[in-house]
Design a protein around this ligand. Sequence first.
Ligand code: PRX
Length: 640
Amino acid sequence: MSESVHPVPTGFNARIGPGDLARLRAAAEDDTDAFWLDQARRIDWTAPPTQAGDWSFDEQDFRIRWFADGTLNLSVNCLDRHLAEHGNRTALIFEADEPGAGRTVSYRELYEETCRLANLLKSRGIGRGDRVMIYMPMIPEAAAAMLACARIGAVHSVVFGGFSPDSVAGRIEDCDAKCMITADEGVRGGKVIPLKRNVDAALDKRDVETVIVVSRTGASVPMKAGRDVAYADVRDSLAIECEPEVMAAEDPLFILYTSGSTGKPKGVVHSTGGYAVWAATTFDWVFDYRPDDIFWCTADIGWITGHSYVVYGPLVNGATSVMFDGVPNYPDFGRFWETVDRLGVTIFYTAPTAIRALMREGDGPVKAHKRTSLRLLGTVGEPINPEAWDWYWRVVGDQRCPVVDTWWQTETGGILISPFPGATPLKPGSATQPLPGIRPLLLDPDQQVLDGPASGNLCIAASWPGQMRTVWGDHDRFFQTYFSTYPGLYFTGDGCRRDADGYYWITGRVDDVINVSGHRIGTAEVESALVAHPKVAEAAVVGFPHDIKGQGIYAYVTLNAGEEGGDSLRSDLVQQVRKDIGGMAAPEKIHFTPSLPKTRSGKIMRRILRKIAEGETEGFGDTSTLADPSVVDALLAGRK
Ligand code: PRX
C-alpha cells in the first residue's frame, strides 16, 4: 500500500483503547437496542426511555424516532446537572477578536444567563414550539440564547452572521419565527459587522414580534419601540432561575438551514433526545474527553459543527469549550497557536481550509508558539488532502497528537465516520472507519451494493440517534431528498472509496452542492441569484478545485440579447449574489457565454461545464446528445 499509516502515538494515553473499541463495536452488533439505550444513559432524563430506535427508511412505513417514550430538558443536561459539583468550572472561554479581550464563563454563570434569557423570552409570550432566530457573534450570550430556547421548549434556528438580510428574511418566513435574538454589532478580523442593521433590513421584508438586542460593541443602533428590547436594559431585572419545560425526546430542538442540490435551503430539523445522546456520545468517543481538557472547536454556531461541538456536545459532558469570535489570520497567522498557548488548549478541531491557508504561510507562525498543551487535533467539513494532513500532524502537532478526520453532515447531527484517537491507526486523507452502530454502504448508480474495496455513493443503512427528523414544513421533501435515490437507505450525497482495510475516503459531493471552505453552497441558489439580475438570461454554476477553499464557484452566464459582459457587470453580479445569499456564495469566476451546452431536451450538461471549469480542454465524453456541439468550442475559447 502506498499511503502511510500512523499508529496511535506512543505517548497518547487514551481512555478508549483498541480493546474498548472492539467491545463497543461488538455490543452495537449484538444487541443494538441495548447498546443505544446504554448510550442514552449519558443523559439525565425526567422519564428514562425504554425504547431505542423505532425507524424505517421504506416509503410505506417511513419513520425515524429514538428514545420516544423518554422525556428530558437539554438545558438541564448542559447546565443544572453540573452545578452541584462543578458550578465554578469554566463552561465557556470566550476568545474575542482582539487576543486576550475575552472572558471565562462558569457553569453557574452560564446557567444564570440562560435563565435570564429564558425568562425574557417567556415574558414576550414565547413558549413551547415557537421558533426563535439567532443571528449573533460568537459570544457567550449566543450559547445562552440557544440554551434558553431549549429550556422553554422553543425551537431555535441560528443563522450564520455572514448571511445577507435577504437570506435571513427567507428563513424567518420559512419557519415563521416569532422572535429574533441578535447583537448590536459583531467584530471579526478587526472589522465591524452591522448585525442589528442587517436584522432591520431583513425585518423590513418579514417582521417578527420581538427582537432582543445583546450589546457586543455598545454601538448605538436604531430600536423599534414595542418590538426591540435592549438586553442590557432589562438583564438585571430578570430572575436567575427558570423552571425547565419537560420535553418529549422527539420534540424538535432546532432548525438549521442548509443548502441542497435544488431549490431554497432546507430547514433541517433535529430532535431533542436523540440529538442530545448523539452530540454527547460522539464528543466523548471521538475527542477522548477528560475533565481537565480545554476543548477548542473553531466553528461558528451558525453551522452544525458549532451546535454539536461548541455548545451541546461539550456542555452535556461538563467540558470547557472555547468560543472563538475571531479569524485565523488576525492579528496575524499565529493567532490559533498563540491562543492555544494562552488558554492551554488540549484538543483543537478546525477545518481543512483553515489548515491549508495557514500552511501556505510556512512553519514560522506555528513554531513561534509552543503548543505543548495540545494532545489531539481534528478536522471537519471537507476532504483533507494528505499534504495538509501531514503538515497538521507534523508541524502543528509535532507528531505527538493524533489527527481525527471526522466525516459528518448537518443532517447527521454529529460525527459518523472518524478514528477513535487511541484505537484507530490513521491514514492521512481518510476519515477511517464508522463509529460503533453506524452502517455505511457504497452503491453504484444501478442500485448495486459494492463489497470490499470499491468506490461508490455513500449511503447509511441504519438510523442512529442524531439523524435529522424532517425538513421543516416539508416532510415529503425530506423523504425525496434522502431516501428515494436508494430505496431503504439514507443517501448522503457524497462519493466515497473504501480501501482493502475497510477505511473510508470521502471524495466529495456527487450532487449539485459545492463545498467552499467547508460551507455548503447549492448551485441552484447561486443560479437563481444570478438570473435575478435584469441583464442575465441564464446561469449555470459549478465548482472548481481551489487550493485553499477546496472548491471555488465558477458561474457560466448568458446575457439577454444586446447586453455586453465585462468587469463592471461581473462585479454587479457578485454584488447580487452577496445580497441574495451572502459573501461566501460569491462566484470566483464569471464566464460570459452566448449559450450553454444543452441536450436536445434542454438539460444543461454540467459534466462539461465542470470539466471546463477544472481547466480541461478535452475528454468531455459523449457530446453527441448536445443540441449544438459547437458550444463546447465556444466555451473553451471564452474560458476565464
Ligand atoms: O461532503 C461532505 C463534507 O461536508 C458535507 C456536509 O456539510 P455540512 O452539512 O455543512 O456539514 C459540515 C460539518 C459536518 C458532507 O456531505 N464533509 C464533512 N466532513 C468531511 C467532509 N468531506 C470529507 N471529509 C470530512 N471529514
